[in-house]
Design a protein around this ligand. Sequence first.
Ligand code: RRO
Length: 311
Amino acid sequence: MISTATKIADFNFGNCLMNAAGVYCMTREELAEIEASAAGSFVTKTATLEARTGNPEPRYADTHLGSINSMGLPNKGFNYYLDYVTELQKQADTKNHFLSLVGMSQKETHTILKQVQASDYQGLVELNLSCPNVPGKPQIAYDFETTEEILSQVFSYYKKPLGVKLPPYFDIVHFDQAAAVFNTFPLAFVNCINSIGNGLVVDDEAVVIKPKNGFGGIGGDYVKPTALANVHAFYQRLNPSIQIIGTGGVKSGRDAFEHILCGASMVQIGTALHQEGPAIFERITKELKDIMADKGYETLEDFRGQLKYMN
Ligand code: RRO
């Protein structure tokens, strides 16, 4: 029997595939569609203390090789999502879930996380340190000092399982520096990668999204090599207790296989899910199982992190 089951911290998942935050996760209706699909879990849209409308439309565009977005953190406020995952948690046959959160300031991040700590929710939290699209707010995880400060404060009161969503890094020294920071905290996971921030797509003579004069986060085929590099760089550097979630450029079983080979314990799908809908989970699960069967692998542990180098 070939299985794509996996585990993050103490949470079991029947399948390693799920949505990436931002896609199919803004409303309960969308989340319920992922819950009912072959996905092993869902993550909610990154939520702030208060609801936000986000940036002006059009703010997402599909392109030949992927997507560009500058959504600007639209969400229904963290209580909307906290209530939903807490409600689901009470159901007997429920999956385990991820609640994605960040404040519009450090103070707000702590206000939110203190409320989650005090709540009945016992599931996983993903702290988004990498939103590229809020004008005037840099991606937190590119500033290692601030990242360290936030995480030190968070772990002084937050005792439930928590991971971080990271932006892509592009330099070996930055992989080393980032991993050194993350290794000092009891993180359950890091999720690599968020979209590649502030790309620009041009159609004829114009930008394709309205906010920020067309600048936005890039996803899809463009980002897979960067995503794999980040997954593997952190797999090589992080304490084994910190697991890796691989996100970026997954639209086939082969792409998911490569993320796992590079060290991912769970694999998220963003752009391709937006383009294909929740039926994608069944297709990619089958494709991944077919590859595993061809290679004689029965579980993800048989090949996770086993990327081969040249001598
Ligand atoms: O809402 C967004 O604009 C957004 C977020 Br919070 C994020 O983390 N990544 C992204 O590509 N878009």
